[in-house]
Design a protein around this ligand. Structure first.
Ligand code: SAH
Length: 216
């Protein structure tokens, strides 16, 4: 069932070439994208599109992020082996798997129960067993597991959630798309060793919204 054929691998190599052409130059990010079988994170109906550089619909009206967006956020986050990374918005689990391939200790929260449950099964079957997934509200973070070296938010937030900044280690970093529904600015939030924050704004993207509470 969970097949990764030569055809898939060939398509994935072409995707990696495209990402390099678009400016992704972190070798570890490129390697990780090259390893994760993105087609297995999508509905069968979209199999042939899995290695196009496009976002696609998944369950619960959500999307699997565009590979370029995943590579871009991961490159900014630059997770090192063994770092504790909190992800908000597990969704398909694709970004989660890329972070795990980079050697991060991943904690990921999703507010849609069917997505949380389906993705947990998939991650287990692909042997990403050390990734910890949670059904809950990302705005709350995971106080019981804080502090984190890094936080990555994969949905668009209207403002920087201070709750999440609090769960960062001093010297830590959060990558978060911030802005209204129509368009968000990819934002780097650096938490300095004295606890002060520095905010750096990068390029524009369009994400599904970060919404409060678990979905009912
Ligand atoms: N990284 C995912 C992106 C999925 S889209 C992937 O590549 O597939 C963003 C996800 O964020 C959606 O699944 C959405 O349900 C989730 N989300 C939105 N607001 C959230 C919140 N407050 N807490 C947890 N997850 C949230």
């Amino acid at each position: 069932m969970l097949q990764d054929t030569f055809r898939h691998q060939g398509l994935r190599r072409q995707l990696v070439v495209q990402l390099k052409e678009k400016g992704i130059d972190n070798e570890l990010v490129i390697e990780s994208i090259g390893k994760v079988p993105r087609h297995l994170f999508m509905d069968n109906a979209f199999l042939e599109y899995a290695y196009q550089d496009k976002a696609f619909p998944i369950a619960c009206g959500q999307t699997i992020s565009q590979p370029y967006t995943v590579a871009y956020q991961t490159q900014l986050l630059d997770p090192k082996k063994g770092e504790k990374v909190l992800e908000i918005g597990t969704g398909s689990g694709y970004q989660t798997a890329v972070l795990a391939e980079m050697g991060a200790k991943v904690f990921s929260i999703e507010r849609h129960k069917p997505l949380h449950e389906g993705t947990r099964k998939l991650l287990d079957s692909l042997n990403y067993v050390s990734v910890k997934t949670f059904y809950g509200d990302g705005f709350k973070g995971l106080p019981a597991f804080a502090p984190f070296d890094k936080i990555i938010v994969t949905c668009g937030a209207e403002m920087i959630p201070m709750n999440l900044v609090e769960q960062l280690k001093p010297g830590g970093m959060m990558i978060i798309p911030v802005g209204p529904l129509a368009e968000q600015t990819m934002t780097i939030v650096l938490k300095k060793s004295n606890g002060e924050t520095e905010v750096i704004e990068m390029d524009k993207f369009r994400f599904v919204p970060m919404l409060s509470d678990k979905a009912r």
